[in-house]
Design a protein around this ligand. Sequence first.
Ligand code: GDP
Ligand code: MG
Length: 478
Amino acid sequence: LADLGARLRGALSSVESGSDEEINQMIKDICSALLESDVNIKLVVKLRDNIKLKIKSDLSTSGNNMNEKRKKLQKIIYDELCGLVDSHEEPPKPTKLSVNSSKTSGHTVTKIINGKKVKVTANKNNVKESSYVIMFVGLQGSGKTTSCTKLAVYYKKRGFKVGLVCADTFRAGAFDQLKQNAIKASIPYFGSYLEQDPVKIANEGVEKFKQEKFDIIIVDTSGRHRQEQQLFNEMIQISEMIAPSQTIMVMDGSIGQAAESQAKAFKESANFGSIILTKMDGHAKGGGAISAVAITKTPIIFIGTGEHVNDFEIFKPSTFISKLLGIGDLQGLIEQVQSLNLQNDENHKKTLENIKEGKFTLRDFQNQLNNFLKMGPLTNIASMIPGMSNLMSQVGEEETSDKIKNMIFIMDSMTQEELESDGRLFVKQPSRIIRVAKGSGCPAVEIEMVLQQHRMMSTMAKSAAAANPDGTPSGGPG
Ligand code: GDP
Ligand code: MG
């Protein structure tokens, strides 16, 4: 969808004087860009009407202040585009077995037993512990097996114990494919070369991993070529046997307008709760799939952007549209960081406090960079930050990671005073830059780059704090 993004950004930035003609041209450009990436025409017409209405009511109040006008325009377009890809449904979320049990059974209450105060664990017998089972459905070739591993790796990185089950007995070599992916990613797997009954294998695999207390069990199924009855029967049988906590439909994002009917057909028999769109890389016209699933009221949770296991991005309407429009996505960033379970990380707490107060020191920046390294796929993370994305979009995952490590390394050569500062003392005393360069063995331009990146993030942090005086993050640009 790179083309769509470029065209939308072009349309937005073409407004200079704010004249009616200019604005009308912008709306036209936006609509034709959407249509050409396969977004349903009815949706585009509705979007156009909404934008026009909002511009009428919102822009008239901004007088001739062009800056304010442009900001409002951007916000209107942003909101409407978010609406276009938003199912307005919350996707289901897995929970950790261990966390589950410590939360419920670890809750202690004080009771008086035999005249003595004793602490007892509440609710212990009521704790129902079971693994979170995810079943994958979708047509053959849509990217199920690939996405299974991607999802497993995603959760593994976040501390979940994940197992993969291959219940595809239809395609020869299906088990080998899953096995190879799993071994590469060090994910435990289950499957059989001999057993022909997918229901039996699915059940055996799920039971085995349940006994071994896995947090998440992901079951890959077969797809066949068409949406034939046999496929749907098999899906229903497996589903009845393993009773999944969640069913995910995998859909090839490049199928365009056909997405709607395919999603509807699968919804009827498999009743999936969320969608993974694949093959959204390159020049795929993903607009059809993205907007059609919003019609079927099912949230897209991830998009696949390549064959490699790291080519996997969380899909959130606001994040997705922010990226398309090239605006930073602080909300997405905050959520990514939150998903790392950093509650007990003192550095992180301090950084959050600072951000709430509108502060963002170099040390905060260094902490954030350390967090990025834990989050992976770094290129996705970087694209949430304006400036950072330009710096890093040209290079691959490894190079991005090396760059971030280098920035952290450079900051290790700064003094306490410098790290606790907003960075301005480097501007006042450029000799400090030379000193850090010598200390870290890096050229001075790299030190300046770190300072520049810090300034950019600092601006974002400050505008977030200004927009949210109470510290709760809000979506999108304000
Ligand atoms: P399945 O039949 O549904 O299990 O589909 P597979 O996982 O075997 O994928 C089919 C083909 O699509 C394979 O060649 C994958 O490498 C490829 N593929 C899967 N996801 C993506 C993606 O996000 N982008 C690209 N470019 N290729 C993908
Ligand atoms: Mg497969």
